[in-house]
Design a protein around this ligand. Structure first.
Ligand SMILES: Cc1ncc(COP(=O)(O)O)c(C=O)c1O
Length: 421
């Protein structure tokens, strides 16, 4: 029987008339070995694995801070100052320039800091750009589906909407290069990413608009095929939420200036003034007040990323983490990847589903119980599947996570599975 609320993990090694231990504090598996437990006539439980992950931070956003991060690393000189002071602007500009370099964006691409995190950046792009051309919307999980809702229900644009169930990708091959295409590079809630950008026509006349928030800094994005890219700071480099970043290709700028969408836009979505791009946004003159604490924290994250070797090193770390998790998944018979095809499987938001999917409600409850147990043990934080996704676990494997911690996590997941039975 499924016992989600069971207070103490029990692992019945042999059938017997044992009784449940009243509380975990009274008889901890850490303190009582299996022989003692047998001798006492108690039902035996699987010992808690060792070691614990040193940092149990596997959330898919906000994600783990960079290894070695501590608040003392934050330069506080700009705090309490105006973001329009010479210092404030210089720090914002530095954040832009160093991010541009770290991402290896083409020299003629602009990068700006915008309000309202990744969502703000995506909405700005959709509202300011879409309309003049046909639109193709690609969605294979919740966030992409959210952008479809915006375009179809709020902007009320006719769109070629292509969706795929959790774990799969829609057809990417027959997209009209004359249409604008909106997609999510890495679907955070399904763990499915596009394998590359080859399917985006080099000679397209439409714009490609890409929500790259859980792919940037972990996956190889061919920016020449992306006209608008967005991401936020709290994902792959472990920054803080609040600001979004917006990448614009020269063609996106040209569209904004020459063929604006022609709808009224609130101030925080406006990228042009009198028909010209507001260049200040791309030099640190933000539309409204940013958190300078978040900016300074982002600069700390950039320091770390540059020091370990830049983009290549970040991608290698995410790949190594995802490979370590995959080794564990291959040996576990109770869980499997939601994305069956490794070619489209994320190396950041790795999504796993229970192998036995006959009872969705029981699986939901089991997920909840496991997440609770893992958190209580400080073995893993925030690893439940996204609320709309199939029940299971989601483990962030981005670069700020250490591979040793992913390796230490596997046995804890087995433990939590059995403990929640
Ligand atoms: C793919 C994707 N898009 C958008 C968002 C929303 O991001 P934010 O909270 O930075 O606006 C998320 C958050 O997890 C995401 O994963």
């Amino acid at each position: 029987m499924f016992r989600a609320a069971l207070p103490m993990p029990i692992w019945p090694l042999e059938p017997g008339a044992g009784h449940a231990v009243p509380t975990r504090r009274v008889l901890s598996a850490r303190r009582v070995d299996l022989n003692q437990a047998s001798a006492a006539g108690a039902r035996e439980r699987r010992p808690k694995p060792r070691p614990l992950p040193q940092r149990p931070h596997f959330s898919s956003g906000p994600c783990a801070k960079p290894p070695g991060w501590h608040p003392g690393l934050i330069d506080t000189r700009s705090l309490g100052r105006s973001h329009r002071s010479a210092l404030g602007k210089a720090r914002l500009q530095e954040a832009i320039e160093r991010t541009h370099a770290l991402l290896e964006l083409p020299r003629d691409y602009r990068l700006g800091i915008v309000p309202a995190s990744d969502t703000g950046a995506v909405e700005m792009a959709l509202w300011a750009l879409l309309g003049p051309r046909p639109v193709t919307m690609l969605a294979w999980e919740s966030f992409g589906q959210g952008w479809v809702t915006d375009v179809v229900k709020q902007l009320r644009l006719e769109a070629d909407v292509r969706t795929a169930p959790y774990g799969e990708l829609p057809d990417l091959q027959t997209i009209d290069p004359a249409s604008d295409v909106v997609f999510t590079w890495n679907g955070t809630t399904s763990g499915v990413r596009v394998p590359n950008a080859q399917w985006i026509d080099e000679h397209r006349s439409g714009l490609s608009i890409c929500d790259a928030t859980s792919g940037a800094f972990a996956q190889d994005i061919d920016w020449r095929r992306i006209d608008v890219g967005t991401f936020s700071w709290q994902k792959a480099l472990g920054g803080e939420g609040g600001q979004g970043m917006l990448v614009l290709s020269p063609r996106a700028v040209e569209r904004l200036e020459r063929q604006p969408a022609g709808r009224p836009l609130p101030k925080i979505f406006r990228l042009t003034k009198s028909g010209a791009l507001i260049e200040g946004i791309f030099k640190g003159e933000t539309i409204n007040t940013p958190s300078l604490l978040a900016v300074e924290d982002w600069l700390v994250a950039l320091d770390w990323a540059e020091r370990i070797g830049g983009l290549e090193a970040l991608i290698a770390r995410a790949d190594a983490n995802a490979a370590a998790l995959d080794r564990w998944v291959s040996g576990a018979d109770w869980i499997e990847h939601l994305a069956a095809d490794p070619a489209i499987r994320s190396n950041t938001s790795v999504c796993l589903q229970f192998a036995d999917r006959t009872d969705e409600e029981a699986n939901q409850a089991r997920q909840k119980a496991m997440v609770k147990l893992l958190e209580a043990e400080e073995a893993a934080f925030d690893v439940g599947a996204y609320r709309d996704a199939p029940p299971g676990l989601r483990i962030w494997c981005g670069a700020t996570v250490d591979t040793a911690d992913v390796e230490a996590l596997g046995p804890w997941l087995d433990w939590a599975w059995e403990a929640s039975a």
